[in-house]
Write a new protein. Structure first.
Length: 616
């Protein structure tokens, strides 16, 4: 059985200002040959280290290291790859290092049929008639294997399953979810060459490749045969089937997806996979607050959030419109995680700010449906926890010609009334729709979501919002994409009376999630980078980088404890210290600097330096 290695966070109280550091605890067993891997779960107990022994002690004891001990949890991996992608080889290498139980549906089917089990008998009936085994039978077979003792102790490597959205949905309903979903990618032409060039030795059953892995002797070469499935026509058909299956299940595991380039040597491919699996153990320190008393002083340490473990980076192609279902689901889940973390930390005035193209009313591709789907995701999640959620939309505003609803929200309430709120009919029971204002606050409401509240000429929504939050008391209020900039009165004159208090109230809402795309000045293309924040983490600045074959990636270049200024963003992109003298507006300085450099870059490309001088 695989030996798991535990990890812990150490707080050195005998040092004046010690930073938290990872420490390795003694392994649970002493098998030198068994593979080891990092722990995946923290226990809730505090342990104290003295010498080489670990025991529970009184936290008030001075001079000892406090250790948050880690219990062990087996690793859970799903892996997918087209025929000839090298998936089988990588599975073997993973099993050899990590000691996971390799579960392949093909092997399971053969084992169940040969063992004459009930599932095997059902599967055999379909196989004997040349029919595909139904999803429910395959899922029962896989789940039965996952529940066996060796799998629960060692962990599992699920190979080539699920293959359909219904299979993935079945696992989701049973709360069976991997720590990572690995997809090995190889270009089609390489896959076809690998398959068409394969030959089998009918004597030994060994597989060779005419170019990549030729037979050892002329005798073996003379008797090699081509498998019936390795013709170009059949290979293309199998690839198409694989792509259809893959497209069906990727949305379910989008937040866990890690793509690996399989067009390299098996050793290099495994190095990347190994690094991903090791990172799961390193990052699996769950978010908690540990309070330790040392004499009269108290210190709190916040550990890394478990939401961060599953976060796999900034998605690419964000300017492709319309957004794919995977992109939308990614952001819905990302926003939800930060919001849940903030509410669990007793923050009661929250706001979500996200400006991807479909959620940015300044663009012509703004989509009200995306905004309402995001709101629905938040509302249903809290309703699932038994909370009664009031979703509030801005009503009629202003006077006379200014009395209509903001264009951004036109028709939103009617759309929500006809939206699908789940098979259990949450709308009207746990979720209700109302307007922004104190009159909508009822005793049974547990939480309020305000959909894109915004000031307009002739009407300030802040007064209604403040009345509502006052009536809500200590209950959470979440603003989704608010636009609370002060606007003129219906006369066209700015209302200066009470302006400071209005701005102070608007600033009282704390960001639980923030995501902004950064562009060249005056354009919506190309994307230069992003600024992201998900509670309880700080702000992270990413630079978009073009890589080979028309692909892109986002590279983290700076982090900030608070929302950065334009000066700080400038400094990060220029690679300069943050305490530069130049001060600019929040986004303009950054965009202005990059516009200037962008112009100079293209001027040099065409050899027209006068262009740069003229534009600047």
């Amino acid at each position: 059985m695989a030996t798991a290695r535990a990890t812990g966070i150490v707080i050195n109280h005998h040092r004046r200002s010690a930073a938290p550091s990872l420490a390795t605890l003694p392994p649970a067993s002493s098998s030198a040959l068994a593979p080891i891997r990092p722990s995946l779960r923290l226990s809730h107990s505090l342990c104290f280290r003295s010498g080489n022994r670990y025991s529970k002690r009184n936290p008030k004891m001075r001079g000892l290291d406090v250790v948050v001990c880690a219990a062990t949890e087996p690793l859970k991996v799903m892996i997918s790859g087209a025929p000839a992608s090298g998936k089988g080889t990588q599975c073997q290498m993973i099993v050899e290092k990590y000691g996971l139980v390799h579960i392949s549906t093909g092997d399971l089917l053969r084992a169940e049929v040969s063992s004459d089990t009930e599932i095997g008998k059902k599967a055999k009936e379909y196989m004997d008639n040349g029919m595909l085994v139904p999803d429910e039978i395959v899922t029962d077979m896989v789940v039965s294997r996952l529940l066996q003792k060796d799998v629960r102790e060692k962990g599992w490597l699920l190979d080539g399953y699920p293959r359909s959205s219904s299979q993935a949905g079945s696992l989701e309903r049973m709360k069976i979810r991997p720590d990572i979903f690995i997809v090995i990618e190889v270009p089609d032409e390489i896959l076809i060459d690998r398959c068409v060039g394969r030959r089998m030795d009918p004597v030994s059953g060994k597989i060779y490749h005419l170019k990549n892995f030729p037979p050892e002797t002329e005798e073996i070469s003379a008797r090699l045969i081509t498998r019936t499935d390795d013709t170009q026509e059949k290979v293309r058909s199998r690839l198409e089937t694989y792509k259809q299956n893959s497209d069906a299940i990727l949305p379910t595991y989008f937040d866990l997806l890690q793509k690996v380039d399989g067009n390299r040597s098996r050793e290099i491919v495994f190095q990347e996979i190994d690094a991903l699996l090791q990172k799961i153990g390193t990052d699996a320190v769950k978010f908690m607050t540990t309070e330790v008393t040392n004499g009269n002083s108290k210190s709190k340490l916040k550990l890394a959030s478990s939401s961060r473990d599953n976060w796999r980076g900034i998605p690419t192609r964000l300017n492709n419109i319309p957004h794919s279902k995977e992109i939308r689901k990614y952001f819905y889940d990302d926003v939800l995680q930060g919001t849940q973390n903030a509410i669990e930390d007793k923050i009661r005035r929250l706001k979500v700010e996200i400006n991807i193209p479909e959620l940015n009313p300044e663009t012509d591709v703004y989509r009200i449906g995306t905004l309402l789907e995001l709101v629905r995701t938040l509302a249903l999640s809290f309703a699932d926890d038994g909370k009664r959620v009031k979703v509030c939309v801005q009503g009629s505003m202003g006077e006379g010609a200014l009395s209509g609803m903001p264009l951004q929200l036109a028709g939103s309430r009617k759309i929500m009334e006809f939206m699908d709120w789940g098979e259990y009919g949450a709308l009207g029971t746990f979720i209700n729709i109302g307007s922004i204002g104190a009159r909508e606050v009822e005793e049974q409401d547990d939480l309020f979501i305000l959909v894109a509240p915004q000031n307009a000429v002739g009407n300030c929504i802040i007064d209604d919002m403040k009345a509502m939050t006052d009536a809500a008391g200590n209950r959470p209020v979440i603003l989704v994409n608010p636009r609370l900039k002060d606007m003129p009165a219906s006369s066209g004159i700015m209302q200066t009376m009470g302006r400071d208090k209005r701005l102070e109230y608007a600033a009282s809402f704390e960001n639980c999630y923030f995501f902004r795309l950064l562009y060249y000045a005056g354009t919506q293309y190309p994307i230069m980078g992003t600024l992201r924040m998900s509670y309880p983490h700080g702000y992270e600045l990413y630079k978009r980088i073009d890589v080979s074959h028309g692909k892109e990636k986002y590279e983290l270049i700076a982090t900030f404890p608070k929302r950065p200024t334009g000066e700080e963003i400038n400094a990060a992109f220029e690679g300069k210290p943050r305490n530069r003298e130049r001060a600019t507006g929040i986004w303009y300085g950054f965009l202005e600097w990059y516009t200037m450099n962008w112009r100079e870059h293209w001027a040099k490309q065409v050899g027209d330096l006068a262009f740069s001088k003229t534009c600047n």
